[in-house]
Design a protein around this ligand. Structure first.
Ligand code: F6R
Length: 614
């Protein structure tokens, strides 16, 4: 996720900005940049693709003087990672420079209107549209910068945290936020700005967390002014913070994995933004609009992926088959690429990858492309190799995942697959209107239901203690819950090093039941769906062999609580959306067991975040 730093005061801005960017590196980024106004009034912008140290190398022979500046680390959302698309962005006259976190949803419309008025663009970003809009309004209406920002933000749909420098007014920084955090630090004759407090705490413990809709004006020699877009004053308290830097980077969580598990409601909201329209009750994916013919005419879908992404693919298969009535195969990319599979130009290959760099998935994509298949990517890392090799696709927009064990990417992938199935089924007419509306509505409620599930964290933490010394675990589920069982088992083995297997519950009696005894805890996803009664029989078979059962049930279940040893109650939802909720307790269970065992949760042994080798 992008990072913002700003400084205005008596000190040299550059070192503070660079240090601040380094403090924000943990958020993940693909490019970095700074803008400073020097004592002669020149507004200098320097930016590079890559790491902050590459930016430092780049500016070695440049003018980096000035007591006011803004800086940014970018995680690409619109336009590939490049120095051109990196922030800050100049306005047309180069009088203004902006940095921005978030997504401007109506950027395409705004850009078109500005281009028609003769404004020229230098990048592919939504951010540049914002700075151009501000300047256009400023010049057209002859307004000061604050008023122009207020006018421009009234036209913007989306989420943002922004900071602006104005060459013609070199003693002020203007910052604004909506749905994306921004913190102002107040020092003696100086102000600091950060997308969180980590670039600030080193200099001052007095901070203002800007509220949604706030615009902050930081002027040298004046008090901090905070107004809204209608220019009404906002009274936001100055707070004294007492936190260490390590805590802030992880947002107060002890590990990135836990932070990322807890981010899921927000991530899924971001993933659905601009796609699931709750007022019109529909789902739109630009890929389904732009490539309708290829998708509608596909004879078959083949999902290729590895690990957790493959588990998301298994859920995608069930939802695509049930809503779109097309055959779907799910393949391990590593097997598929070496199998000389039968592929035709009527096949659509869906490649799922968080990193977008997994070597096997990339090779499978390239092989399928050579055989003439149409390729659809579902990735997180913008501009990574897989989305660059595909014909089209949909990003999951869950922000960088730092913990090695994939959590929020999984629910993001399942959400995109669900939106794809809904959008496609709707255009193909394979779903009844009533069912379509019901799933769309329920999908929009999932982030709130995820929050309810996260409230179970304390309970899961305390029950996990009893399972720390188990050597084996079995995870069972049926239908949509079977891939959830696989994912739960993978999470546990990755980070706690306990051997765990996932099975379709009914397969138990074909072999694994031989393993069951009092030393084998069994996790059963037993939510109230079509196969509920059958899963109850499985639980009884397990209990008859003295194993301890942890059951995930739908809230209000009275039957399973009488049989299982531990019951975790989940909010009710439509069956195809259950994985979005039932995966979370399994992520938490694996996390807490691994923490109890003293394991390195964020960087488990032998594992890499991005598997770029075979
Ligand atoms: C599991 C995990 C791995 C990845 C797999 C694919 O927690 O992280 O199993 O899911 O290596 O990675 P991507 O999705 O980046 O292709």
């Amino acid at each position: 996720m992008c990072g913002i730093v700003g400084y205005i005061g008596k000190k040299g801005a550059y070192n503070i900005l660079i240090k601040g960017l380094k403090r924000l590196e943990y958020r993940g980024y693909d490019s970095a940049g700074v803008a400073m106004i020097n004592s002669n009034g020149a507004l200098n912008v320097y930016k590079t693709k890559g790491k902050v140290c590459e930016l430092e190398n780049y500016v070695k022979d440049k003018d980096i003087t000035g007591n006011i500046g803004i800086a940014h680390t970018r995680w690409a959302t619109h336009g590939e990672p490049s120095s051109q698309n990196a922030h800050p962005h100049y306005s047309e006259s180069r009088n203004l420079a902006i940095i921005h976190n978030g997504i401007i949803e109506n950027y395409a419309d705004l850009k078109k209107k500005l281009q028609e008025k003769g404004v020229h663009f230098r990048s592919d970003t939504d951010t540049e549209v914002l700075v151009q809009l501000i300047e256009y309004i400023q010049l057209q209406k002859k307004l000061d910068l604050l008023t122009a920002v207020q006018y421009a933000l009234r036209e913007v749909i989306g989420a943002y945290a922004i900071a602006l420098l104005d060459k013609t007014n070199p003693n002020q920084i203007i910052a604004a936020r909506k749905q994306s955090p921004l913190v102002v630090g107040i020092g003696k004759d100086e102000f600091f700005l950060g997308s969180d407090a980590s670039p600030i705490v080193e200099y001052t413990d007095k901070v203002v967390y800007l509220e949604d809709g706030a615009i902050a004006v930081m002027r040298l020699g004046e008090e901090l002014k905070i107004v809204n877009i209608l220019n009404h004053k906002m009274d936001t308290p100055v707070q004294t913070i007492d936190i260490n830097l390590g805590q802030i980077e992880k947002g107060g969580f002890p590990h990135f994995m836990l932070k990322e598990i807890f981010e899921q409601p927000e991530c899924i909201t971001n993933c659905m933004r601009g796609r699931v329209n709750t007022s019109a009750n529909n789902v739109t994916l630009s890929a389904v609009i732009d490539y309708k013919k290829q998708l509608v005419n596909a004879k078959r879908f083949i999902i290729v992926a590895c690990g957790t992404s493959w588990h998301a693919g298994l859920i995608g298969k069930q939802i695509l088959e049930s809503l779109c009535r097309k055959p779907v195969d799910v393949e391990y990319a590593s097997e598929f690429r070496y199998r000389n599979p039968v592929l035709t130009k009527d096949d659509v290959v869906i490649a799922i990858s968080q990193s977008g760099e997994t070597a096997d998935t990339l090779a499978a994509v390239n092989m399928a492309k050579e055989k003439g298949a149409f390729i659809y990517g579902i990735c997180n890392a913008i501009g990574s190799s897989i989305p660059r090799s595909t014909d089209t696709g949909s990003y999951i927009h869950v922000g960088p995942e730092i913990g090695v064990a994939s959590t929020k990417a999984f629910t993001g992938q399942v959400t995109v697959l669900t939106m794809l199935a809904l959008a496609l089924a709707n255009v193909m007419g394979t779903i009844e209107e009533k069912k379509y509306l019901e799933i769309v509505k329920e999908l929009s409620l999932i982030p709130d239901k995820m929050k309810e599930v996260l409230n179970l964290n304390d309970k899961i933490e305390s029950l996990s203690r009893a399972f720390t010394y188990a050597h084996n675990f079995l995870y069972l589920g049926r239908g949509f819950s079977y891939p959830v069982a696989l994912e739960g088992a993978l999470k546990l083995k990755e980070i706690s090093y306990i051997h765990a297997e996932g099975y379709p519950a009914a397969e138990m009696k074909h072999g694994p039941i031989a393993l069951i005894d009092s030393d084998m805890p069994v996790v059963v996803v037993a939510t109230h769906n079509a196969l509920y009664e059958k899963v109850i029989s499985n639980i009884q078979e397990i209990k008859a062999r003295n194993a301890r059962v942890i059951a995930l049930v739908t809230k209000g279940d009275k039957t399973i609580s009488k049989i299982a040893d531990q019951v975790i109650e989940l909010p009710a939802t439509i069956e195809c959306l259950e994985p979005l909720l039932s995966t979370i307790p399994l992520q938490l269970l694996a996390y807490h067991i691994a923490v109890c065992k003293g394991k390195n949760v964020d960087q488990p042994r032998n594992l890499a975040k991005s598997v770029t080798v075979e």
